[in-house]
Design a protein around this ligand. Structure first.
Ligand code: SAH
Ligand code: SF4
Ligand code: F3S
Length: 491
């Protein structure tokens, strides 16, 4: 739906009646109600009300935060880059313990800001809020929190805010966590971070239950969006100037299975490819067990799908992969990589690896190093295993001692970096098409962009290039990024 059409519908809501039952009209009703309140407050204070969103975790959360900001700005909040705002929202992650610790640390700090601005609202949402232990701790120790919601009801933000502001016992903490849902509410406000690229959810949740991972518990069962809705969203993004999209799902390779008329991920890609004006397609994440020949084929044929695949390995040991519930062996993985490279010889491959999964022996770890060496990843995210309460791995005996894990982690990181630097060096002297994204944070005479293979490139240029895909000569490799020079007009 066009923004103006949504605005017309919000404007037309009669807020003297009870709210409608159906979505998204119900939310439009509450948006209008809160908007009136914010208008009044603006007059009282003689300034705009501000909001600040801090996002932890993955691309899925980043995308959710855009939707949240969309709702907040439509209600009248102005985005602020400091946490001393009228409304502060943390969109949390709980994939590893340290993600949780960060949130508790910051919540303590927010208490002080609230003392200075008693009308300040503190809101928590995201994956961490789906854990009952977290909710008990917040209820007990962080009474300064006003609203908590989870991952299934982001669309209800306006309604929850209205509850907090207008209900008679509105001083209480509003907690609204859903265990799971099959509902997908479309047609809500949305504030995209970039005008030229963006993430598009194609599915929500995860059914894989890898034994270390908390995501299926906090994001619920897998459900796919209708292909028509996805294509329509991308079409309208392209109309607004977007040239690159990233299709998002915990396991995009199982896209479509829950639809009334199932289609495969490769079929969806074919439909997306046909959208005129769209130049680059990325997707994340691919589970190796579900990566089909059809997808490899489509990737090989397409000139819009970027030559980059993120293919999480987790471990190179077939024994551990079984206990991790990954449904592939070391050999399956290596065969898959060969197959992908035979159709897409210069594809860039990246991965995720966990070190110190319960019971990991030196032999298991050596298998991981072996795969890293044989594949030669362009880059790898390496994680120290973190015990997540409620997952099968958390109750496994033989947790690996911290110093052993740390030592293995350093060895892995070394290897990954040396091999990645070698691969990155191969591009020096070539010309790559770069999507120019922003002015370099440190040196403002430089622009920063990404190659099709997802390498970062810094090169001299100016802001007018932002959002364009231009040829850049790669002059120097710094291991993680390149220094380049623009060699002419945009493509
Ligand atoms: N759905 C994606 C990834 C989601 S989480 C996939 O399957 O690849 C991102 C990464 O976090 C995972 O790939 C894994 O490497 C890491 N991870 C998940 N749970 C973890 C845990 N308990 N400890 C350490 N790393 C973990
Ligand atoms: Fe977690 Fe596995 Fe699902 Fe990825 S596929 S989100 S690692 S359970
Ligand atoms: Fe974290 Fe939730 Fe993503 S746990 S990694 S934000 S799905």
């Amino acid at each position: 739906m066009e923004y103006t059409e949504m605005e017309t519908q919000i404007h037309a809501m009669d807020i003297s009646c009870p709210p409608p039952e159906e979505e998204p009209a119900r939310q439009y009703y509450f948006i209008k109600k809160v908007r009136q309140h914010i208008c009044q407050k603006e007059q009282e204070k003689g300034r705009k009300l501000t909001c600040h969103i801090k996002t932890f975790g993955c691309q899925m959360n980043a995308r959710d935060s855009e939707k949240i900001l969309g709702i907040l700005t439509v209600m009248g909040y102005e985005e602020s880059d400091t946490e001393q705002a009228d409304l502060v929202l943390y969109n949390t992650c709980t994939v590893r313990e340290n993600a949780n610790l960060k949130v508790y640390g910051r919540l303590g700090q927010l208490k002080k800001f609230k003392e200075r601005n008693p009308e300040m609202l503190t809101i928590l949402c995201g994956c961490m809020m789906q854990e009952p232990d977290v909710i008990s701790r917040i209820k007990k120790s962080y009474r300064n929190v006003d609203i908590i919601f989870g991952t299934h009801n982001i669309f209800k933000l306006a309604e929850l805010l209205a509850m907090r502001l207008f209900e008679p016992d509105a001083k209480r903490m509003i907690i609204d966590i859903w265990k799971d849902t099959t509902e997908i509410v479309e047609e809500l406000p949305n504030a995209r971070k970039y005008s030229f690229k963006g993430g598009v959810n194609i599915m929500f949740g995860c059914n894989n239950f890898c034994s270390y991972c908390i995501v299926p518990y906090v994001r619920g069962r897998e459900r796919s969006r209708e292909p028509e809705d996805i294509v329509e969203e991308i079409r309208s993004m392209v109309q607004d100037g977007v040239v690159e999209i990233m299709l998002l799902g915990q396991n995009v390779n199982s896209y479509g299975k829950t639809l009334e008329h199932p289609i495969t991920f490769a079929e969806l890609l074919r439909q997306v490819e046909e959208i005129p004006g769209l130049q680059r397609i990325r997707f994340m994440t691919s589970h190796p067990k579900d990566l089909s020949d059809e997808l490899i084929e489509v990737m090989g044929q397409s000139d819009k799908i970027c030559k980059h695949l993120h293919l999480p390995l987790q471990s190179g040991s077939s024994r551990l992969l079984k206990i991790m519930n990954r449904h592939y062996t070391k050999e399956d993985y290596l065969e898959l990589v060969d197959k992908i490279r035979s159709k897409n010889p210069d594809i860039s491959l990246t991965t995720d690896i966990i070190v110190g999964f319960p019971g990991e022996t030196e032999e298991d770890f050596a298998e991981t190093l072996d795969v890293v060496e044989r594949v030669g990843y362009d880059s790898a995210f390496t994680f120290i295993y973190s015990k997540r309460t409620g997952t099968p791995a958390a109750s496994m005996e033989e947790q690996v001692p911290e110093e052993v894990v740390k030592e293995r982690f350093d060895r892995l990181l070394d290897k990954v970096q040396v091999l990645a630097a070698e691969r990155a060096g191969q591009a020096v002297g070539t010309v790559e098409n770069v999507l120019v994204e922003e002015v370099n944070g440190q040196d403002t005479t430089l622009m920063t962009g990404r190659t099709e293979k997802n390498y970062v490139v810094h090169f001299p240029g100016d802001e007018s290039l932002i959002g364009q895909i231009i040829p850049v000569k790669i002059c120097e490799s710094k291991g993680f990024y390149y220094i380049g020079e623009s060699i002419g007009d945009s493509k």
